[in-house]
Design a protein around this ligand. Structure first.
Ligand code: SAH
Ligand code: SF4
Ligand code: F3S
Length: 455
């Protein structure tokens, strides 16, 4: 009998995304780049010919997650032809060892190499058919790549991500991003504004501007404040957010833009990392604790409604108990709306890995994280209480996780709010005024108010 190998006419790709919002956006770019070369996508990894993982390298557990997924794929690959690709920051970071460590990886592509991806995958599929086991790698970082001409294939929803700059030149000593994402470069504002207009036309109500260092955006005479204001004026967009800014780049124009433009969300994510000057200096954050606090004051003096959130690392190299209590004191002083708290995780080749010893015992790191998480939970609880009795506008995202009888959305300050739908229909993208009657550390509970009828 003559058996023909059944090559799929159209290769089906499944993509899984780990890490930050920039990776979410990049996966949408990858989808667009592959679709125009004839690839199709499936949500179901069981029927995929190609499985891509867009990975993160920020902390050890991000790495571990990907290794677990890869070892799961080993048995799948034994039973059927499959091309496995690792994309993103971990591909860039582990370009030397990953192909050896994980033989099932066929394709490796870093964040600046996605244009090569269709070719790499096609080559890998051909080689696999011929029974040749050879890796295809593209891991060059670029000083220029911004994918400016690629319209991402966006996920449905209320929010559209738009990357406005890529890379980072800050070299915080703990951080791997400058090595995985390369040098800082900003996109042409023309392309960004076109993309924002397209998002509005497609029905997205919110746009989030993204960059590893979003507020150091700079292109010709354009700075971040100017770009933010122009995006906020795009007809049809109701809310504009941005993440992540660095505390060093907050000129008064930017503060004015956030505090006064009605479409720019009253929320600033302002990573502080530590509340101790010696630790901040070792981290190479370039601000002192008192400079950070005075920025917080300036923000709140301009507009008391701006919700502040932050990132903190506990147990950085040589951090003493006393220095850690400075962080506790800073958190008590600022009273953030919420905070992401991380245990320091040494990343190979970073400045901290080369210069300092990761000498805070694991148990102490855990204790510090727990202390901060407990403190922050109490503060978030009290902060959210302040909304009880008021009416807040919520942009509807869908149903709550708990029940399809409940709606779920976000406030301007990015706090999750839920309400009983009581048979009324709410569509994602609607703006609903909620009268808040209860709250927890993470959620506001409200009653939907009748929409004011237009005059
Ligand atoms: N570009 C963003 C942050 C990107 S990483 C910014 O500068 O704000 C998100 C957060 O991860 C950081 O703010 C930091 O708190 C944390 N982080 C980064 N590297 C880390 C490491 N090696 N160990 C623990 N947490 C880390
Ligand atoms: Fe990492 Fe610092 Fe750059 Fe943020 S600013 S990506 S923490 S090096
Ligand atoms: Fe992770 Fe890379 Fe984002 S390391 S946090 S995916 S920039």
């Amino acid at each position: 009998m003559h058996v023909m190998s059944q090559k799929p006419a159209v290769p089906l790709v499944h993509i899984e995304t780990f890490g930050c919002q920039m990776n979410e956006y990049d996966s949408e770019l990858v989808r667009s780049l592959l679709k125009r070369e004839g690839f199709q996508f499936t949500e179901d990894r069981e029927c995929a010919d190609v499985i891509l993982m867009n990975t993160c390298a920020i902390r050890e557990n991000a790495h571990n997650k990907v290794f677990t997924h890869l070892s799961d794929l080993r048995s799948v690959k034994k039973h059927r032809p499959l091309v496995v690709g690792v994309l993103g920051c971990m591909a860039q970071n582990l370009k030397a060892e990953l192909p050896e460590k994980e033989p099932i990886v066929d394709v490796l592509a870093g964040p600046d190499s996605y244009r090569q991806l269709p070719q790499l995958i096609t080559n890998a599929m051909t080689l696999q058919e011929q029974g040749v086991d050879q890796k295809r790698l593209a891991v060059e970082l670029s000083e220029y790549e911004t994918y400016d001409d690629i319209v991402p294939e966006r996920n449905d929803g209320v929010n559209a991500w738009i990357a406005i700059m890529r890379g980072c030149d800050n070299f915080c000593s703990f951080c791997v991003v400058p090595y995985t994402r390369g040098r800082e470069r900003s996109r042409n504002p023309k392309g960004i504004l076109e993309e924002a207009r397209l998002c509005a036309e497609q029905g997205f109500k919110q746009v989030t501007l993204l960059g590893q260092n979003v507020n150091s955006y700079s292109y010709d005479t354009w700075d971040f404040a100017r770009l933010l204001l122009e995006v906020a004026d795009v007809p049809g967009l109701e809310r504009v957010r941005f993440t992540s800014p660095h505390p060093k780049d907050f000129p008064v124009d930017l503060l004015k833009a956030v505090s006064s433009h009605p479409n720019i969300c009253k929320h600033i994510h302002l990573p502080v990392q530590s509340g101790n000057d010696r630790v901040l200096e070792m981290m190479n954050r370039t601000y002192t604790c008192s400079e950070y606090l005075s920025l917080v004051d300036r923000i709140r003096t301009m507009n008391t409604q701006i919700a502040l959130t932050t990132d903190i690392i506990a147990g950085f190299c040589s951090e003493t108990d006393e220095e850690f209590s400075d962080t506790i004191r800073l958190v008590e002083t600022v009273r953030f709306h919420s905070a992401f708290i991380f245990k320091y995780s040494e990343r190979k080749n970073t400045i901290a890995a080369r210069k300092y010893r990761d000498d805070v015992p694991e148990a102490v790191k855990s204790e510090r994280v727990t202390a901060l998480v407990d403190l922050q939970r109490k503060i978030s609880f009290d902060r959210n209480r302040e909304y009880v009795g008021s009416v807040v506008n919520v942009l509807v995202e869908g149903n709550s996780k708990r029940s399809s009888d409940q709606g779920m959305g976000k406030t301007d300050g990015n706090i999750t709010a839920v309400w009983e739908k009581n048979g009324t229909s709410v569509r994602p993208g609607d703006m609903v005024p909620l009268s808040i009657y209860d709250s927890s550390a993470s959620t506001l509970y409200g009653i939907a108010q009748p929409q004011p009828s237009s005059p």
